[in-house]
Design a protein around this ligand. Structure first.
Ligand SMILES: [Zn+2]
Ligand SMILES: [Zn+2]
Length: 260
């Protein structure tokens, strides 16, 4: 409500079943119910915890709501397709079964070279769209193939969210060349052993993952309350390793630009 995103929610992805990461869904469900929602809402969760969440929902009587609620368990490598983009689940390392999620946008068609098309005598209109879709067309007895007027496909954007985790290889792999990596950075390095014990990451570790994955922007999140007044120690530590870094704030928005 505060972020004014509206309630047009199709699915909810839960990284792991620690209460600070999922109790919000109950209030959300009640609100959607008051808003007279009718469409199905799907909750994705690490598969080991799917039964547990479904049981909680039943205990709260959510099977009697006027919109269906579905719980789907996911494993490392599973994908959920939303058309223009997909969500890839990847295994992370925390004190309970946990997943990170990558939003991976589809590549967009290449740029259409209008001047070149005119030069080749292609009349503007439906033939242009055919070429952009990757189909060849015939103009005055001559075959024009898409590569003659359409550039190479342009990469879609990739945003990766780790949830609570130790730094891990799988994150580096999934976050390769990502536009944005949102990584656990609960502590600074003076609390390294505490980070290891609680299976969280330090700001330095998050920055090392970002550097190795060659992401464009790193956002530090899940910041411990001890830095709530001043997060600069986290930022400074991360910056020693990776320059383009920010600390997440509630309701922060970030425009993720295309690469071209
Ligand atoms: Zn946790
Ligand atoms: Zn947490």
């Amino acid at each position: 409500m505060i972020a004014k995103t509206g309630f047009n929610i199709k699915a909810v992805f839960i990284t792991h079943m620690h209460t600070d990461h999922f109790v919000g869904v109950f209030g959300l469900i009640e609100t959607l119910s008051l808003n007279e929602r009718r469409e199905k809402l799907t909750f994705y969760v690490p598969e080991e915890k799917a039964k547990f969440l479904a049981t909680l929902f039943r205990m709260f009587g959510y099977h009697n709501l006027r919109f269906p609620i579905e719980v789907v368990g996911l494993r490392d490598g599973d994908e959920v397709n939303f058309g223009r983009y997909r969500i890839l689940a990847f295994k992370t390392e925390h004190t309970t079964p946990s997943l990170g999620y990558a939003l991976i946008e589809r590549d967009r068609p290449g740029k259409f070279d209008r001047a070149k098309a005119e030069e080749l005598g292609i009349p503007p209109g439906p033939l242009y769209s055919k070429l952009v879709r990757g189909e060849s067309v015939e103009v005055g007895g001559r075959i024009i193939t898409p590569d003659m007027v359409v550039g190479p496909p342009r990469p879609g954007r990739k945003v990766v969210y780790t949830g609570d985790t130790r730094p891990c290889e799988r994150t580096v792999e999934v976050a390769k060349d990502a536009d944005v990596l949102i990584h656990d950075a609960s502590f600074t390095s003076d609390l390294q052993s505490w980070a290891e014990e609680t299976k969280h990451s330090t700001a330095r570790e998050a920055a090392e993952v970002a550097k190795r994955a060659r992401v464009r922007t790193l956002i530090l999140t899940h910041v411990s309350a001890r830095y709530s007044k001043d997060a600069t120690p986290l930022l400074e530590e991360a910056k020693e390793v990776f320059e383009n870094v920010m600390v997440a704030e509630d309701f922060m928005t970030l425009e993720v630009k295309y690469r071209d």
